[in-house]
Design a protein around this ligand. Sequence first.
Ligand SMILES: [Zn+2]
Length: 168
Amino acid sequence: MQFVPFEDDVEVNGQTVYSVVEWVPQERWLRAFKEIGDVVGAGALYGIGLKIPECALFPPWVADVHSAIKSVDVAYHLNHRRAGSVMFDPATNTMQEGIGHYGYSPVPGERRIVSKCSTPYPCDFDKGILTAMARRFAPKAWVDHAEPETCRKRGDDACTYVITWSDD
Ligand SMILES: [Zn+2]
């Protein structure tokens, strides 16, 4: 389900959109996304998703498409707090639950990664984030929504995307 927080004590790092660190209740943040989607359309949510990797905090080990996609879940948790504490601790490599995940399942022997996203963020926004992260290292990478009949837009718990790229 899009736009509905899973827990009521989660905050988002506003630095992902503003240029300063400011924590905003996730419920309010998701409501803003819903309004943008309703008023401007799904394309705007995709566009914001494309921009997110420019502003959000990412771990330092991002070096190729694989580590870029793998890092999205870590970055996601680094940019959220629950009950006042950041949801990923790099010192202990531990993650708090409560906001869902961005999956990372590489397809062996292919330039292809399957990512199942179970966040309360909109489908188009998450597709934009994955696209931008892959294109950092593979400018022609593209992202398809697998099994489009299962989508958070229809009230399902998760959407599955396939990230594909070539070396040229
Ligand atoms: Zn979807």
